[in-house]
Design a protein around this ligand. Structure first.
Ligand SMILES: [Zn+2]
Length: 365
């Protein structure tokens, strides 16, 4: 290594996030007992947590080459504990499991690392964890990952060193995608629809359907008015396209599950420990991905109506807020934004989209 900081290679799979990585590489030599990585999953927090764990567990401070480093990066080192929730929130049992883990002694390294995913879903169970975070066993380092600091997490967050993982800027994402061989047009579409989320972008580039999906959503205003397609038919088409969007992720997850099962077999296990939890985790990830695909589609639709508003204004010699076309388009954007916000909480997306399309068609009439 050129300096005594952990090898940069440990963070090679994290796209951008230079500030976070600099902070972690500087912290590795003298870590505090708890870190909170803040940002939507897929922004690189989990990959950075594995790199950071390698730096903390490796006898050479993160050489990037030894068995400990490789084990940590793969998430299989015995002193790296990755805790995932097993239901819709972090259960009491999971919290108890974390507290118990914290009081174990490391097996092979000088310390152990406990990575907890989805801490924003801790609900009212955070106080149980506080004591452990405040008086941590000396050789345990916590890395908590949270999409955001929800009110229930504020006190826990105040006990941690915070490391932000913001969305990756669009131009950085486009540059990264083109550097990995993605065509510039495709890179732009993927960057637009992935919300600065690199994990999602990575999955989307394998999806031949991305451009078609963007085109489908952009065609909604025309299809609903000029061709008279019904709201129900349009809803069916966009939902089918969202289903197809999840297929590449399903393939990735199936390969991951197979690799884990294989690794467990090599370790002499008869089955994969925690298989049910992993499968449930993957299903949740797939459901969220599908919702995100629909939200990205609604984003394309809102931009399309936004462009229509500008176009309508221009046709009348300048964009005037009083122009009926501009007003209708602005109202459409409002309805779409509302639907996008309601989507993750709404159990009946068919009804939600159908009623949106009915209202959009009525606006244009
Ligand atoms: Zn190493």
């Amino acid at each position: 290594m050129s300096d005594d900081r952990p090898a940069a290679a440990l963070f090679a799979s994290v796209v951008d996030q230079e500030e976070a990585i600099a902070q972690l590489r500087a912290a590795a030599a003298a870590p505090v007992h708890a870190y909170l990585f803040r940002g939507p999953s897929g922004n690189g927090g989990f990959a950075a947590a594995l790199g950071f764990a390698a730096a903390l567990l490796c006898p050479d401070g993160g050489c990037g080459e030894c068995a400990t480093c490789r084990g940590a990066l793969a998430g299989t080192d015995p002193d790296l504990h990755i805790v995932r929730r097993s239901g819709a929130s972090i259960s009491k049992e999971t919290i108890r499991q974390i507290v118990n883990l914290a009081h174990r002694r490391p097996l092979a390294s000088a310390r152990q690392v406990i990575v907890v995913l989805d801490m924003h879903l801790v609900q009212d169970r955070a106080p149980v964890l506080l004591k452990t975070l405040e008086e941590p066993p000396g050789d345990t380092v916590f890395v908590l990952l949270a999409d955001e600091i929800v009110p229930e997490l504020v006190t826990v967050a105040s006990r941690c060193a915070q490391v932000p993982f913001p969305p990756v800027p669009r131009d950085v994402l486009v540059r990264w995608l083109t550097a990995t061989g993605v065509e510039p047009d495709m890179a732009a579409v993927v960057a637009d629809s992935s919300g600065g989320n690199t994990e999602r972008a990575r999955v989307m580039v394998d999806d031949p359907d991305v451009s078609a999906r963007v085109a489908l959503w952009a065609s909604v205003p025309d299809e609903l008015t000029t061709s008279g397609m019904t709201a129900a038919a349009m809803t069916r088409r966009v939902l089918e396209s969202a289903d197809r969007a999840v297929e590449p992720l399903r393939a990735v997850n199936a390969r991951r599950l197979e690799a884990l099962t294989e690794a467990a077999r090599e370790m002499g296990e008869r089955g994969l420990p925690g298989r049910k939890e992993i499968v449930e985790q993957q299903q949740r990830e797939e459901r969220r991905f599908r919702t995100d695909a629909l939200r990205a589609g609604l984003g394309v639709l809102a931009r399309t109506y936004g462009a229509l508003a500008t176009g309508a204004g221009r046709a009348n010699g300048g964009v005037s807020p009083a122009d009926p076309g501009v007003q209708a388009a602005a109202a459409a954007v409002g309805l779409i934004t509302e639907a996008a916000q309601a989507l993750p909480r709404n159990p009946n997306e068919t009804l939600l989209l159908q009623s949106l399309f009915v209202r959009l068609a009525a606006l244009a009439a």
